[in-house]
Design a protein. Sequence first.
Length: 252
Amino acid sequence: MSNAMLIDITRCVGCGECTRACIAANDLPEGDDTQLSCARYTVVNEVGNPQASVRQLCMHCVEPTCVSACLVGAFRKTATGAVVYDEEKCIGCRYCMQACPFSVPKYEWSSLAPRIKKCSFCHSRVSQGKLPACVEACPAGASVFGDRNELIREAHHRINENPGEYVDHVYGEHEAGGTSVLFLSAVPFGLLGFPDNLPTEPIPRLSWKILKEIPKYAVVSSLLLFGIHWITARRAYVEKIEHRDSETEELR
Ligand code: SF4
Ligand code: SF4
Ligand code: SF4
């Protein structure tokens, strides 16, 4: 069983209890409640027209690019669905930040011993049989937690039962190969600022396909560069010979 969180934007009342519960559970410092940062692992903002309250947090991708980009294995996807970070292994290269399609990982720029910061899916709480703090605190049932397959079924059930209330799209079911945070909405996700052009194939697999092609491209590029170099050198050589021959001719 792999866990997931279903966030139903139509049920969210924008109270911010999820953010406050996350701050308390992770002992986070003062910070801006409007954007993800080292001090905020989840935020809720009013976005779009008509406005909707939209949570942001790590999407806990099924095949995460942060995991595949990390050279030292500081990120890993766990059996509980959480993508967790090990600061002991991290070398601060920040490839995870570049790789994440949702711009989630944040770096402690001002720290002398900087770490990456993001939502852990409350991995330690969930490992003890508890709910993530944000889910436990949600008074509206807008954020729920459970088995990913069951939540996907539940999401489609809500869409089918209330066709006028939702767009027919469970965000995260297929995006970037699937995520463990899923969303339902009344308006198209692109209008709420969600990346709406992500591939449905896991991004690490796409990267691998491209990397596998690189040797071919590298050989073609090398041959091309060698060809250009050979033609240039040959032309210079011919010009030098012609120049020498014309000088010799003049001396005669
Ligand atoms: S959203 Fe970004 S940081 Fe979170 S699991 Fe996916 S790739 Fe990693
Ligand atoms: S799952 Fe835990 S760490 Fe992640 S946003 Fe919710 S409370 Fe914060
Ligand atoms: S606690 Fe629930 S209802 Fe309140 S902002 Fe968070 S997700 Fe929305």
